[in-house]
Design a protein. Sequence first.
Length: 156
Amino acid sequence: MAQSLTADAGRFLQLATRLRRLGNSSPAQEIAVTPSHLTLLEAIAEAPGSNLQHIANILRLSPPTVSVAIRQMAGKGWVERRPHPHDRRAFQCYLTAEGQQVYRQAMAAHRRKFEQLLQGLTPAERATLLTLLERSLQAAEAASSLSGDASSREKP
């Protein structure tokens, strides 16, 4: 008998929790960066020169939330804010050399964590898992963008 969508979602949540706990330390602990700052570093690394509003939209966070985090990371020397060339009220965000190093260390730690997760699968099983996960994420992202659900705008 097929499980209900609610039961499957509960099982998926349990698996996601176990995934977060995988290993003795998280990438954030290995490099002394908070998970929220790590998320922001990733967004800036993927879209250097983005302004605050663009970063907030990418992360589905409010601009004030992103502004506070950017100020904190600029204070740590990880992010540089440069004046926007066409809007004197705005600024663009770039990773500093130190920020790029923190980002690279975090991505290496993530890669090690996921290699550990995938090592017990055959190449065919890995391909199936990744294909299904990608398809599921694409469907969820499409549904989220279509619904414009305000509750999905703010991450905890």
